[in-house]
Design a protein around this ligand. Sequence first.
Ligand code: ATP
Ligand code: MG
Length: 586
Amino acid sequence: MTQEKKHSDLQNLHRLLLQMKKYWTRLCGIFLLDLLATPLALLGPLPLMLAVDNVIGSKPLPHFLSTVIPVSIADSKEFMLLIVAVLIILITLLSQLQSLGAYLFKSYIGAKIVLDIRRRLLYHAQMLSLTYHDTKGTADSIYRIQYDVMSVQNVIIYGIPSFITLSLTFAGMVFVIVQINNQIALIALSISPILILTSYFSRKKLRKGYKKVKKLESSNLSIIHEILSSIRVVKVFGQEERENNRFLMHSTLSLKKRIKLLLSESAFSLINSMSIALGTTLVLFYGVKNVQAQMLTIGQLLLVMSYLAHLYSPLKSLVKELMKVQDGFTGLERIFNLFDKKYDVIERPNALTVKQVNGNIRFQDVSFSYDGKNNVLTNLSFDTPSGSRVGIVGRTGSGKTTLTSLLMRLYDPTSGTIFLDAVDLKDLKVQQLRDQFAVVLQEPILLTGSIADNIAYAYPDATIDEIKTAATAANAHEFISGFPEGYDTLVGERGMRLSGGERQRIALARAFLKNAPILILDEPTSAVDVQTEAIIMDATNRLMKNRTTFMIAHRLSTLKSCDILLRIDNGRLIFQTTDVMTEIYS
Ligand SMILES: Nc1ncnc2c1ncn2[C@@H]1O[C@H](COP(=O)(O)OP(=O)(O)OP(=O)(O)O)[C@@H](O)[C@H]1O
Ligand SMILES: [Mg+2]
């Protein structure tokens, strides 16, 4: 497994934005809408200043207002008070509309982006090799797709735009305060080194914490996933209590880590709030002294204090935002780590289109290992003419199923080559290659849905008559018709509402309906009684006509109709014969 690569936040963000090209205009919309918050915030304290300086006091109107308001009105205190009232309501209304609009727009675009990334990530996860899923487990991918993707929103929908607007608001406030009194501005900003330092340390600490928490939480999910999907075993062995304790132990660990993270966050917030309080006190102290020395009017002091609140509030939010996006950036890193996992089974550029398949299969010195260390198949060489029926026998664990997996390129050989009609499998388009196979797996897996859906899985356009024909051939029609809802009977998750033999026959019907040139049957009758086996084998024999078939069976008698028999032992081909009957009855 490749080591997870490290990228900086900016690299990840850049990559994300490149993937989100089609949302750029909408993201700009969000940004502009957020930007409106700045002038609205700047207008906020204006009515109060007018009330104090122009209604109660008798200072002249500020320049930008005197151009809009005629002198006759400005002279009337009543009118000015009315204007103040109207301004308050208008500014509140506008800022409410702005924040509501931004909220709705962000939620909508956020949900769309999340869905888009989820779709791509799920597709990518499906394309990854079985080796990846066998080692990593499904829950890790589920957590990344379901939860980590959510955190993308925190970065590009909430984090970045508000980061920019907050910075702009902050800059605007600094500008305004400098205009009023640059000494006050300097005092107000004297606390910024503390804020910068806390941001720096909090980012480092929180990032590490979030990484751990996410890892733990994803392993919690895998415990739940495992318990519930193996619920039958858990019940039969009466291990509910133990499983619960295992879950509790893991969850408590991640809970503790989360709380620790919250504590660090709160500590950093406390430091920030206290430094801001310090800044406010310093300005107030200085302002009062100036008012006493008559260098500042009371109105100006009130205005400065009110602007100060507006200066510090974006600053506080900025720092908070910086902490909040750490969760998002951690998630982003995990998402890209999954995106970066390379497919093991790779389609070559200019891969060949699979045309008419005859079904001649040749293994040439094929070896394979799941873990890169121990060979499961060793130097396997054989050649089966097209249309032949190949029986594979061998002790359990000898590598029979693995051999068929290599045929469909679920894995690639570690060394050696497999040819289909004299073409290396690796030269063919992967999906088209797999289309050539109809398979009945050793453990038939059904998907949630009806029996009909399951039979038609590889061929969703099949008519109900075609489905019934396939079911009849697999000796399944009878039992399906016996169900009150017939073909519409729901099979439950992974087909758990059916018996093993029923599942197997539905899987057979599915393979029959696929009508592919190469058939792989991995112990297709292991879960049915002898009588049913005979009927199924009869149908299978018909199906095998003119197709290359690989059939694995433990009962030799099942392989009577084969043309070639391969015996595998410990991953090696130890015996091969075309005189199957003699071998079976010897
Ligand atoms: N996904 C996997 N990852 C790692 N090792 C595996 C995997 N699948 C199978 N193996 C190992 O490879 C060997 C061959 O397994 P395989 O399933 O091919 O045996 P088989 O001949 O089909 O056995 P059976 O008759 O029991 O079905 C076994 O030793 C098994 O432990
Ligand atoms: Mg097997």
